[in-house]
Ligand binder design. Structure first.
Ligand code: AMP
Length: 252
């Protein structure tokens, strides 16, 4: 009789404790199973920056945007900024040597030790090859490709506004900054990027199709790429990206 009571108590306690453990696991901060490198690929204006910012917070890894790094260099008037300016303003790519040395300096910093997220890099096959040879790349790589049709890209670029200070992204029509011209996150100046001018966007799209799109096949053939419909609302895209990253992480 006593043993039966013990047994029933054990079953009762376990039926409470096991779901509690499961609940705690669900509410634990997200993490990547090892130092994963996430790469966001997609045409200009496909939402890479918006999604990268959210994923960087979710997984507590640095978001590294080569476009943001160049804009910071230009604002501070460094050599890199001065060299990059003419390419950026005309919608061309900055030469590989300049991008690679700037990027490698950044990913060698200690905060990248447990993984990082690349937004806007690589953009050429040379960059992809050089990245694959970097010492941090003996870890796992997942390439998340955002697909958005050209007409939608042009519409988005016309409406995009960016904070000069923290890089927060706004949409003039859907999510304008509440205080006109002032970033709600940091108080910085919100402005329209000169390379979001429709003619420059068309050039950037052509450059993307010619030099960057081949990377889809490059990563697909290595089994590292997943496609996402980037023309949906940011929350829906974010949900699917999270699901994919978590699934990949659990498989490792
Ligand atoms: P983004 O903010 O990613 O749209 O980048 C803005 C501009 O910076 C691009 O149009 C290019 O001129 C330059 N840029 C950014 N990343 C790269 C890269 N990986 N390779 C070459 N140029 C880049």
């Amino acid at each position: 009789m006593v043993r039966q009571i013990h047994f029933l108590i054990s079953v009762f306690v376990l039926s409470i404790v096991i779901p509690l453990f499961a609940l705690e696991k669900q509410s634990m901060p997200d993490h990547l199973s090892n130092s994963t490198v996430l790469i966001l690929l997609g045409p200009p204006g496909s939402g890479k920056g918006t999604q990268a910012k959210r994923l960087a917070v979710d997984y507590q890894i640095p978001q590294i945007s080569t476009g943001d790094l160049f804009r910071e260099h230009m604002a501070s008037g460094t050599d890199i900024g001065n060299q990059a300016k003419k390419y950026i303003e005309s919608g061309s790519l900055v030469p590989d040597e300049i991008v690679l040395s700037m990027l490698f300096d950044r990913i060698e910093k200690p905060d990248c030790k447990n993984g990082y997220l690349l937004d806007g890099f690589p953009r050429t096959e040379v960059q992809a090859e050089q990245l694959s040879k970097h010492k941090s790349m003996n870890t796992s790589v997942l390439v998340l490709c955002l697909d958005v049709p050209d007409e939608e890209i042009i519409k988005r670029a016309e409406a995009r506004l960016v904070c000069r200070q923290c890089g927060a992204i706004y949409n003039r029509l859907i999510s304008p900054p509440k205080d006109n011209g002032v970033c709600a996150k940091c108080g910085g100046e919100v402005y329209r990027r000169t390379d979001d001018d429709p003619e420059v966007v068309k050039k950037r799209l052509t450059v993307y199709r010619t030099l960057t799109q081949p990377l889809i096949e490059y990563y697909h053939s290595r089994g590292l790429l997943e496609h996402f419909d980037g023309s949906r609302l940011p929350d829906a895209v974010h949900h699917d990206l999270r699901q994919s990253i978590d699934q990949r992480s659990n498989r490792q």
